[in-house]
Design a protein around this ligand. Structure first.
Ligand SMILES: Cc1cc2nc3c(=O)[nH]c(=O)nc-3n(C[C@H](O)[C@H](O)[C@H](O)COP(=O)(O)OP(=O)(O)OC[C@H]3O[C@@H](n4cnc5c(N)ncnc54)[C@H](O)[C@@H]3O)c2cc1C
Length: 493
């Protein structure tokens, strides 16, 4: 249908969209945007084909894993933006903000009873993956998930990529064809049947309550039985904030990215991961905006397949090459991995060489052992680690280089690698605003060997890659970072 690559579309049950329903439903579960969204575009195409209006459903439940003031606030800020836009443009948006676990299910069942089909986002991890799998079993209307996650459609790979090089080769082969069939900027402009959906009494009631909750998030969140210790952060969960951050990254920091991306003091990375995670911005938009800053006269013909190597593929500004390698290859390798690997969050899904070497070193003596709570509150002997954890706990983000070190150290300070893995998943997904993402699992499992190769064997780490705070302190500029989040003492180690 339309120009959407068939590898993005997953028909989840035996039913076809039916003209007997009252509307087509698009449930925005992860791609929380009304622009550059293949799933929304696909839903619009079905609404047009059946000559039905489109119901856009967006919900915030209150009993998902790691639910906190931080995630709820960010999410509600994004919802407020949608509500405002729907009001301006007359879209049929039904926002449902729960104050009691399970409340939304009755609303949804009622919607499904009158729907021609349900179209939603394909997403390979977290409760969204399980929820989509369960819906596929339960629904008796057509249920289709559409992948708007990245540039390379999830259905294009045949198996879980075992490293970035393997995936980069696939990316390089398909980049031009994928980049030149982009999602539409404003898919809702194509919607033909603009009739207003007549909300039922229950829908009207929940809608009114939800609008009230969205308008007063602080008061509402305070009433919920969720984790209030993980507090809201300064960055806003809106698309507008995402576009502002992208613009400022391109203007000030893209030109230094290759040199300075590993320098916490320079703070030169894009900072886009929170909005990418909540689907406020599409990866396509980021890639397009960055490619517009290639040197003059550069065009897609300059792209040179280089067999999966880093650098040189985009063949223009090295900063652009370096950034796009992160946002396309490194971001997407984790999505494709999880798409093909149901055990993506289980220790057993590590590569065999890593499992063997970690097992061989499982009982090596550890000099320090910390409990989860001590780690969470930055109570280790390592000042740099504590500073990184403080940034994560208080601001919901952590610089990428420090994130690698942060993950690696926990393996040294816990009784065995499986406990280290469980602690890292807990800390990352509880505090990081970009957590609970395929990249959370890529990053954390990378610390234990996923997507990596064997290195020189050492105690505890075995043949997995080794990192130390001492060498980080020698290599990196950390003065400002430690002034802000920790103690200068770290530089003396
Ligand atoms: C232990 C550990 C845990 C991590 N947890 C998360 C997480 O929960 N959520 C998350 O989005 N990323 C995670 N990462 C990957 C990476 O650290 C972040 O994506 C990056 O720091 C985000 O900052 P940025 O947007 O400024 O990145 P930039 O350097 O500006 O890169 C642009 C985008 O490319 C992608 N990207 C960059 N580096 C990586 C990488 N190493 N792996 C995968 N994608 C990458 C991200 O989408 C990022 O937003 C983790 C890494 C490690 C080592």
């Amino acid at each position: 249908m339309q120009n959407i690559n068939s590898h993005r579309v997953f028909k989840r049950n035996e039913y076809d969209p039916s003209p007997d329903g009252d509307y087509v439903v698009y449930w925005t579960q992860t791609s929380h945007r009304l622009q550059y969204n293949y799933a929304l575009e696909y839903a619009v195409a079905w609404a047009n084909k059946l000559d039905k209006p489109l119901l856009i459903y967006e919900e915030l439940s209150c009993d998902y894993h790691w639910v906190s003031d931080r995630i709820h606030t960010f999410y509600l800020e994004g919802m407020a933006e949608h509500v405002e836009r729907a009001e301006q443009k007359g879209f049929n948006l039904l926002p449902v903000v729960e104050d009691e676990a399970g409340q939304s299910r009755a609303i949804l069942n009622d919607i499904f009873d009158n729907a021609c089909c349900l179209i939603t986002d394909e997403y390979p991890v977290y409760f969204i993956r399980d929820r989509n799998n369960n819906l596929a079993e339960e629904l008796n209307i057509a249920f289709i998930t559409v992948d708007s996650n990245g540039l390379i459609p999830l259905g294009l790979t045949e198996k879980a990529p075992y490293n970035a090089y393997f995936f980069r080769k696939i990316m390089q082969k398909h980049f031009v064809e994928c980049f030149t069939s982009p999602p539409k900027q404003h898919p809702l402009e194509d919607l033909e049947n603009q009739s207003a959906i007549k909300w039922t009494k229950e829908q009207q009631q929940i809608r009114a309550k939800s609008l009230e909750r969205i308008a007063h998030p602080e008061e509402f969140i305070a009433t919920l039985d969720i984790d209030h210790e993980v507090s809201p952060i300064d960055i806003k969960g809106t698309r507008q904030a995402a576009l502002g951050q992208l613009g400022s990254f391109i203007q000030y920091n893209l030109k230094h990215y290759d040199d300075k991306r590993n320098d916490p003091d320079a703070d030169a990375t894009s900072g886009m991961s929170p909005w990418l995670h909540f689907g406020k911005i599409s990866e396509y938009e980021i890639v397009k905006a960055v490619l517009e800053h290639q040197p003059k006269n550069w065009d897609l013909d300059n792209i040179t397949f280089n067999g999966g190597s880093t650098g040189g593929f985009f063949n223009g500004d090295p900063n652009v090459d370096s950034f796009l390698d992160e946002v396309i290859t490194w971001r997407e390798v984790g999505f494709h991995f999880a798409h093909h690997e149901p055990a993506y969050d289980q220790y057993e899904s590590l590569p065999d060489w890593a499992l063997e070497t970690l097992e061989a070193h499982k009982h090596d003596e550890r000099e320090y052992i910390y409990e989860l709570e001590e780690l969470a509150h930055s109570q280790t002997h390592d000042e740099l680690w504590n500073a990184a954890q403080t940034q994560l706990r208080e601001e919901g983000i952590m610089h990428n280089y420090l994130r690698m070190l942060w993950g690696k150290k926990v393996m040294q300070w816990t009784p065995d690698p499986e406990i280290a893995l469980a602690y890292l998943i807990e800390l990352n997904n509880k505090y990081a605003i970009d957590g609970r993402d395929p990249n959370s699992y890529s990053g954390i499992f990378w610390c234990f060997g996923r997507f990596d190769r064997a290195w020189q064997e050492r105690p505890i780490f075995g043949k997995t890659r080794y990192m130390t705070s001492q060498s980080a302190c020698r290599k990196l500029k950390l003065d400002n970072y430690l002034k802000t989040y920790g103690s200068q003492k770290a530089l003396d180690i």
